[in-house]
Every structure is written in C-alpha cells, then in structure tokens.
Design a protein around this ligand. Sequence first.
Ligand SMILES: C[S@@+](CC[C@H](N)C(=O)[O-])C[C@H]1O[C@@H](n2cnc3c(N)ncnc32)[C@H](O)[C@@H]1O
Length: 205
Amino acid sequence: MDRKKHWDSVYSQKGETEVSWYEDEPRMSLDLITEVAQSSACRIIDIGGGASVLVDRLVDLGFEKIAVLDISETAMNKAKTRLGSLAARVDWIVADVTETAEIGVFDVWHDRAVFHFLIDATDRRKYVELASRSIPEGGSLIVATFADDGPRRCSDLDVVGYNAESLSSELGPGFTLVKETRATHTTPWGKRQAFFHGVFRRVKI
Ligand SMILES: C[S@@+](CC[C@H](N)C(=O)[O-])C[C@H]1O[C@@H](n2cnc3c(N)ncnc32)[C@H](O)[C@@H]1O
C-alpha cells in the first residue's frame, strides 16, 4: 500500500469537516498540551496533524515554535490555506513518521489518531525511535489512539486500539505514563468512537 497516495486521496476527495476524525474544537488535545507546555517558548510538534485546526489554536496561543508533520501534503495545504499569512509561523514537514531520520527537537510531541494506524511492529519501533531522538529528557509525548474497545478500522485501514498498559509497553522504558484518560469522539455523522489519551514523560534509561 502506498500510504502517501492513500492519505492524499482521502483529503482530495473529502472536505476538512467530512472526515470521521474532524473536530471543530480540539479541546482534549489543547488541554493536555497546555498542561505540559507552560511557556510560549515550548517547542511543539503535531504528528499527523493533517488539516486539523489544532495548529491554528497553537498559533493563537502564542507558541513560538510550532511544527506540523504529515504524510499528506494535500492535508497540510488545507491547513496552510486556512491560516493564510499566519502559516509562515509554522514549520510544515511532509514526511512519513516511520521513515524520517531527523525532525529537530521538541518539548511536546502530540499525535492524535496516527499511531493506531501503525499495524506493523517495525513501523511502531521506528516511530518510537524518532520520538526518542526528538524529545529531550523531561519533554512530553501526548498520544491519542482508538481505545482497545474502539473501532477496528478507520479510513479503510486496519487500526490497533490501546489502553494504558499496551501503549506504555509499545513506547518502552524511555517514556513514563503521567496521565491517562478515555474520551468519546463523535464523528460528523453521529457515530461514537472510544479514544484513549496518554501523556508520557521522556525519561533517561
Ligand atoms: C485520522 S487522521 C488525524 C488527523 C489529525 N491528527 C486530527 O486529529 O484531525 C490521521 C493523519 O495521519 C496522517 N498519517 C497517516 N500515516 C502517517 C504516517 N505514517 N506519517 C505521517 N503522517 C501520517 C494522515 O495523513 C492524516 O492526516
């Protein structure tokens, strides 16, 4: 499967508000990010940010170093167009998170609904290796995935659901769970989906 083609095609065929993961206000993500990012100097990256308005809110909040990484340039172009001149305040990285060598250093790594698409253990390992290289000790990794009793497929792809134990085990000893919460996402057509959110601190091993 060509992942890039898949995601570019999804975002070309559907409007920003027509995808199952659409949120008009990314409340949970913002709450978790602002709990750990206590200064505007915090470097924040949204992994698989797609066309989400999270980046708009982070810009509004005055964070000085914000990056969005996504495999789909089509998705990121939607966010860039929406932001207009403010898009210049963001680093836009078109890349597959499992195939990228370096992205810089970030105090906060946020991922909503990307990790659960990594059904191959090697891809998960590469994701964790990149996160480990990119987040300094004391930094935070915030991951929102489908819960273990959540959907089994999304966007015509298989997914893996998680709970605190299974996600901690995937991330390994370099990340300690500091907060966990479950939430229900309601799709634009009213379907309820169980999500797991974990906040992890990068620790020395
Ligand atoms: C379900 S969407 C979630 C988008 C966004 N985080 C949100 O909450 O609205 C998954 C996103 O991950 C991106 N993606 C999927 N696999 C990826 C990969 N291997 N590397 C980088 N981005 C990926 C897709 O292009 C898509 O934008």
